[in-house]
Ligand binder design. Structure first.
Ligand code: HC0
Ligand code: SF4
Length: 562
C-alpha cells in the first residue's frame, strides 16, 4: 500500500490514476469543470489545483499520485487562485442566471456561491452569439460556454461522432460544429450526452413544457401520458429522494394533480415490443436472412446506423420503439372511441432527448398522425412538478390507470443496457420457471461493460448475442461484424453508456454513485414484479385478441407505405 499526505492526514492509495481521485477518496470534494473519470484528462479548467510542500501549484487531475507525496487542497494561495479563475469565467459569461434553464443546477453558479465570489470586477463586452435552436433535441447557447471541452470529448470519445469541436484561438475560442453549421445540419443524433456533462447552460434540453401545459388547460383535450422505465429511478433526484429509489407511484400522484387524464406505463409498450421483436428475430433466424438483428428502440442509435452504415439499415428491427408502439395503440383506441369527442394528445415522459426527434419520423406515423405528440424529459417533468408547486416527497403512492398500467419486470429492465436482450430471452425460453429466468441473468448480458457477448443455446443451435452501449462501442462492433471478425444473431444497442437510465434527458449530475443506484433500482423493481415475462402480461394477450387483431403491422411496425 502507498500513502500520501493530504492536508496533514495520511491517505492510503492503490491504483488511482491521478491525485484528484485520491483526494476524492479522502472525502474532499475538490471542484472541477473539465474532469470526468470516463473521459480523457484535459486539465484546462485548473480548478482542481493543489499545493505541494514546496509551494508548487499543480492541477491534481493531471498528476500521477506518488508514494510519500505531501499536498494541501485549500491554502489561501489556492483559494485566491480558484476565485480568480471563477471571476474570469464569470466576466466572460452572460449574466442571465435567474432566467437560465440551468439555474440552480449550474456548476459555475454553484461554485461561485460555494467559494464566495460575490462581485465581478471585469465587464463582459463580448458580442452576443445567436442561440442555436435548430435541433429537435438540444439547444446550444455559446454565450454560456466556459470552454471546458466536456461536450467535445464526450461526443468524440464516448459517442465516436465528434460533432462539436474547438474553433478559433485565444479570447475568440468557441465550441461549435465544423464550419459553424447549425446542429440540425450536422450528423448529431440528439443523444444529449453532451448536455449531461455540460456544467453550465451552454447545452440544454429543447423544452416542450409550454404546449403540454396548454393541452392540460384545454377542457376539450384528453391528455394521456406514458412513463418510460428509467424515469422512475431518477425523477426523485431533485426532491431529495435517495438516488435510485423508485418514485413511480409518487410521480403518478403528481401527474394526476397536474391534470393528466390517464397515466400509463411505457413498460407496457416494452412488453408489446418484446412480443413483436422476438417474433421477428425467430423468423430471421429461421430464414437466415438479415442477421444480426439490431434492436430499434433507441432512436439515437437508429439515426447513427442510418447515417454511417446505410447498408445495414435492413438489419435494424422493423419494430417501432415501445414509446411509439404504445402511442400508436393509444391513438388507435381514441380513433375507435366515438363516445369521447375530446381530442387525444399523447405525451411521453422519457429519460431521452432523442425521443423528441423519434416522434417526428414519418415511418412512425399512423394514418398521417403522430403517435406521440410531445416528449417531456425527466428533467422537464421535474420542472413542471415544481412549477405546479408540488413536493414529490409529500405525494401518496398511487397506482397507474388500467388497463395499460400493468406491465412486466421484463419491460422495466429496458431502462438498463442488456435489459431488452434479457426480456427477449425470457420470452424465448420454453421454461418459465424462476430457475430458468434466473439463469438468464448470468449469461453475461447484465453489467455495465460497454460491449458484452453471450452464446445462448436455443433448440438445436447456439444464438450469438452482443449487447452494446455507447455509440463508439457500437461503431467498434460494427467494424468487427463487417470485417467478418465477429458474427452475431442479435445485437442490442443503446446510444447512451449503461442504457437509458443515464440518458440525455435525465437529471444531472450523473456520477458513478448515481449510475450504480439507478442500475440497482431498476433491477430491484424487476425482482419485486409479479409478472416477469412480457408474454405473461394478460393485457398484452387481450390487446392482440382485440384492438390489435389484423393491425399488428400497421400499429407496431414501421410504416412502409411512404
Ligand atoms: Fe428507454 Fe425505451 S427503454 S428507449 O431507454 O426500448 O428513452 O427508459 O422509454 O421507447 O420502454 C428511453 C427508457 C424507453 C422506449 C422503453 C425502449
Ligand atoms: Fe454529440 Fe450526442 Fe451532443 Fe449530438 S447530442 S453533439 S451526438 S453528444
Amino acid at each position: 500500500m502507498k500513502y500520501m499526505t493530504i492536508n496533514n492526514r495520511k491517505v492510503a492509495f492503490d491504483d488511482e490514476k491521478n491525485v484528484l481521485s485520491v483526494i476524492r477518496k479522502a472525502g474532499i470534494n475538490l471542484p472541477t469543470f473539465c474532469y470526468h473519470s470516463e473521459l480523457s484528462t484535459y486539465g484546462a479548467c485548473r480548478m482542481c489545483v493543489v499545493e505541494d510542500d514546496r509551494g508548487k501549484i499543480f492541477a491534481s487531475c493531471s498528476e500521477v499520485p506518488r508514494d510519500g507525496m505531501v499536498i494541501y487542497t485549500n491554502t489561501p494561495k489556492l483559494q485566491h487562485h480558484r476565485k480568480m479563475i471563477l471571476e474570469l469565467m464569470l466576466s466572460a459569461h452572460c449574466r442571465e442566471c435567474t432566467t437560465c434553464k440551468k439555474n440552480g443546477d449550474c456548476t459555475l453558479q454553484n461554485l461561485a456561491k460555494q467559494l464566495g465570489v460575490s462581485y465581478i470586477r471585469f465587464e463582459n463586452n463580448k458580442p452576443q452569439i445567436p442561440i442555436d435552436e435548430s435541433s429537435d433535441c438540444i439547444v446550444i447557447d455559446k454565450n454560456k460556454c466556459i470552454l471546458c471541452g466536456d461536450c467535445v470529448r464526450t461526443c468524440e470519445e464516448i459517442q465516436g461522432l465528434g460533432i462539436l469541436e474547438f474553433a478559433y484561438r485565444g479570447s475568440k475560442m468557441q465550441v461549435m460544429p465544423a464550419f459553424d453549421r447549425k446542429m440540425a445540419e450536422t450528423a448529431c443524433v440528439g443523444c444529449g450526452q453532451c448536455r449531461v456533462v455540460c456544467p453550465t447552460g451552454a447545452i440544454t434540453i429543447k423544452h416542450n413544457i409550454h404546449p403540454v401545459w396548454e393541452a392540460l388547460a384545454d377542457k376539450n383535450t384528453r391528455v394521456v401520458v406514458q412513463i418510460a422505465p428509467a424515469v422512475r429511478v431518477a425523477v426523485g433526484d431533485k426532491f431529495g429522494i435517495p438516488k435510485g429509489e423508485n418514485s413511480l407511484g409518487k410521480l403518478v400522484a403528481a401527474l394526476r394533480r397536474m391534470g393528466f387524464d390517464e397515466i400509463y406505463d411505457t413498460d407496457f409498450g416494452a412488453d408489446l415490443t418484446i412480443m413483436e421483436e422476438s417474433k421477428e428475430f425467430l423468423e430471421r433466424v429461421k430464414s437466415g436472412e438479415k442477421l444480426p438483428l439490431f434492436t430499434s428502440c433507441c432512436p439515437a442509435w437508429v439515426k447513427f446506423c442510418e447515417q454511417k452504415y446505410p447498408e445495414l439499415r435492413e438489419n435494424i428491427s422493423t419494430c417501432r420503439s415501445p414509446q411509439q408502439m404504445f402511442g400508436a395503440v393509444l391513438k388507435e383506441e381514441a380513433r375507435n372511441n366515438k363516445e369521447d369527442s375530446r381530442k387525444t394528445i399523447v405525451v411521453s415522459i422519457m429519460p431521452c432527448t432523442a425521443k423528441k426527434a423519434e416522434i417526428l419520423r414519418p415511418e412512425h406515423k399512423t394514418e398521417g398522425e403522430q403517435d406521440v405528440d410531445f416528449v417531456l424529459t425527466t428533467t422537464e417533468i421535474i420542472r413542471m412538478i415544481k412549477e405546479a408547486g408540488i413536493d414529490l416527497t409529500q405525494m401518496p403512492w398511487e397506482a397507474m390507470d388500467m388497463p395499460f398500467g400493468l406491465s412486466s419486470g421484463a419491460g422495466v429492465i429496458f431502462g438498463v443496457t442488456g435489459g431488452v436482450t434479457e426480456a427477449v430471452l425470457r420470452r424465448l425460453v420454453a421454461d418459465s420457471g424462476m430457475e430458468a429466468l434466473n439463469e438468464i441473468k448470468f449469461t453475461g448480458i447484465r453489467g455495465t461493460k460497454g460491449i458484452k457477448e453471450s452464446i445462448i443455446p436455443y433448440g438445436d443451435r447456439q444464438l450469438k448475442i452482443a449487447v452494446v452501449s455507447g455509440l463508439k462501442n457500437a461503431d467498434e462492433l460494427i467494424q468487427k461484424i463487417k470485417s467478418g471478425e465477429a458474427q452475431y444473431d442479435f445485437v442490442e444497442v443503446m446510444a447512451c453508456r449503461r442504457g437509458c437510465m443515464a440518458g440525455g434527458g435525465q437529471p444531472v449530475p450523473i456520477g458513478p454513485r448515481t449510475k450504480a443506484a439507478r442500475f440497482e433500482g431498476l433491477y430491484r423493481i424487476d425482482d419485486a414484479a409479479q409478472i416477469k415475462r412480457s408474454n405473461d402480461n394478460p393485457i398484452v394477450g387481450e390487446l392482440y385478441e382485440g384492438l390489435l387483431k389484423g393491425k399488428e403491422h400497421k400499429l407496431l411496425h414501421n410504416n412502409t407505405d411512404l
